[in-house]
Design a protein around this ligand. Structure first.
Ligand code: UD1
Length: 348
């Protein structure tokens, strides 16, 4: 009988990571995957386009939970996921990253005694005021299989007493980025559409609650971008949350072109050819490094410490980069295959 894996996804970066792992599960054979979309990200630009471009199978369930507060969102997901898990009775529940969808999936499974596998386990910003940090810690502490992107993540877990079921598999996001460059080069027309040439612009994204919940802080981020925009043009794909705020505050940084959120290939190609990345997104900090583009992180701390230590990323509160070097522990683009192998033979 096939091993039954129930995967929970809900937001943009999870569709990207799940696309790589879902393919590896299919290629491995002997695994049946039930894909559950919580509905946290729901429109074509934030969700649909990723399923199409990255050939992620349509979800078996869409729980349609979105646009409510953290507690309400997590609670509704928990209740609906419990129902799905009781019906499907999977051998594993697979969750990704650090979102409300992650923690709801992990908790629902743990309470039903279904083992949880967490991809991107062990990353820490050590800032518990961020919802994502709480989500990471809780998900890790109820997981049986902790699939770490880097050695630092393994060390972080050991500091919290978690050593069983911990595996350093590398970064599944790197698998996707590596495979996407040639495809993006062939298919993406984003540079032509925006009339941009390689190395002449920066890419910016801002959506994290710590920047968007406080209008004063948001104004400071926009002012920082304005300073940069006076030196070289910025392209900013705008998250729906940020769009609402920009509209209500009437704030647009100087030299900045606002565009709609992009699909994966256009975003990869835009990043690949940029001179710099300015972002508060965890995923984009790493992708900047994958494309060897320097990044400034618009946050006071980050869980992507490896990129900081390697001199490819700095916090906006820090004046300069550390000496530049390569990151050697993100894997070779086959991390998704390792995830599939560990689900089949967990080796606790
Ligand atoms: C979530 C994650 C964050 C991750 C990000 C990726 C949590 C706590 N945060 O933040 O870790 O980096 O996803 O993008 O889970 N909206 C739309 N259309 C959509 C999706 C969202 O209009 O398709 C709106 C929502 O209605 C809401 C806002 O955008 O008003 C924010 O969405 P939300 O799901 O709360 O979290 P993100 O900020 O995207």
């Amino acid at each position: 009988m096939a091993l039954k894996v129930l995967t929970v996804v809900g937001v943009r970066p999870q569709f990207i990571k799940a696309a790589a792992v879902s393919r590896a599960l299919r290629e491995h054979g002997g695994i049946q995957e039930i894909l559950v979309h919580t509905g946290q990200h729901f429109d074509q630009a934030m969700s649909g386009v990723f399923f199409e471009e990255l050939e992620l199978p349509s979800p078996a369930y869409n729980l349609e939970v979105n646009s409510v507060s953290h507690g309400a969102m997590t609670g509704r997901m928990l209740e609906k996921l419990e129902g799905v898990m009781m019906r499907e009775r999977p051998d594993w529940v697979l969750v990704y990253g650090d979102t409300n969808s992650t923690v709801a999936g992990a908790l629902a499974a743990a309470k039903l005694h279904i083992p949880v596998a967490h991809v991107e386990a062990g990353t820490r910003s050590y800032n518990r005021r961020m919802a994502e940090e709480i989500n990471r810690v809780v998900a890790d502490h109820v997981s049986s299989l902790l699939l770490c992107p880097t050695q630092t993540a393994v060390t972080n877990l050991a500091r919290e007493g978690i050593t069983a079921g911990v595996h350093h598999v590398g970064d599944v996001m790197y698998d996707v980025a590596k495979a996407a460059v040639a495809k993006a080069e062939a298919r993406s027309r984003i540079l032509e559409e925006l009339q941009l040439s390689r190395g002449t612009y920066a890419v910016a994204t801002v959506h994290r609650a710590e920047n968007t919940d406080d209008p004063e802080r948001f104004a400071r981020v926009m002012a920082w971008l304005s300073q940069q925009g006076e030196r070289s043009p910025i392209v900013m794909p705008v998250h729906p949350r940020t769009r609402k705020l920009m509209d209500s505050l009437g704030l647009v940084p100087k030299g900045t072109r606002l565009i709609e959120p992009l699909g994966y290939l256009d975003m990869a190609w835009l990043t690949h050819n940029a001179a710099a990345v300015f972002t508060d997104s965890g995923g984009l900090q790493k992708e900047a490094y994958f494309h060897r583009v320097p990044c400034v992180t618009l946050r006071n701390d980050t869980e992507c410490v490896e990129t900081i230590e390697a001199g490819w990323n700095r916090l906006w509160t820090v004046a300069d980069y550390q000496p530049r070097q390569e990151i050697t522990d993100i894997g070779d683009g086959s991390s998704s295959r390792k995830v599939a192998e560990l689900l089949v033979a967990p080796d606790f």
